[in-house]
Design a protein. Sequence first.
Length: 223
Amino acid sequence: MKRTVLITGASRGIGRETAKIFAASGYNVVVNYLESEEQALDLIFKLQKKNHNAIAIKADVSKDIQVQAMIDEAIGKFGKIDVLVNNAGIDLYKQIQDTTYEDFCKVMKINVGGVFNCCRSVVPHMIKEKNGLIINISSIWGEQGASCEVVYSASKSAVIGFSKALKKELEPSNISVEYISPGFVKTRMTKRFIGQEISEELGEIVTPSTIAREVFSCSLKKF
């Protein structure tokens, strides 16, 4: 049976490139999206045109009921989920005094709550299979922090702590948990910074495909 990967926020950017590289390597691919339906269906069309097995499922990762339904549908289609890539996330660029509690809750619900919901729903299936890999996408801001991105930085830092703890919890079940903290990636989220001077600590600007290859390399170490 082919291995299956589920990638959240996979209609564009890092998620889209990750879906393409897994599909090209023979995986069944589940593309999660929320608002970008046109891009998601375009990706599925292109993957299926190359005879890859791929489906798109709409779900808000911040809502546990929708996540559970997505996991059930994916397993119903492909039999299992071998790899979960938690990529879905949103940014927030505001000074702290301009940030509302509603802003804070929205970022945390998606960036942290989404990771929690997806992991909680997929882990029982991976335990049953006695195998699995979870890859959580954090950010360099989760490591270093960023001015005017306090809430975003906090959410990505939480993803790192979550990943480290879950790794210890699931190791006895042969389930690996990894996280990746990309630097400055050229995506729609970072479009406003293009043309501005980027701090040297971020290193070079990379493309989504570069991060996708890093994500896929985690699977090569596992399987």
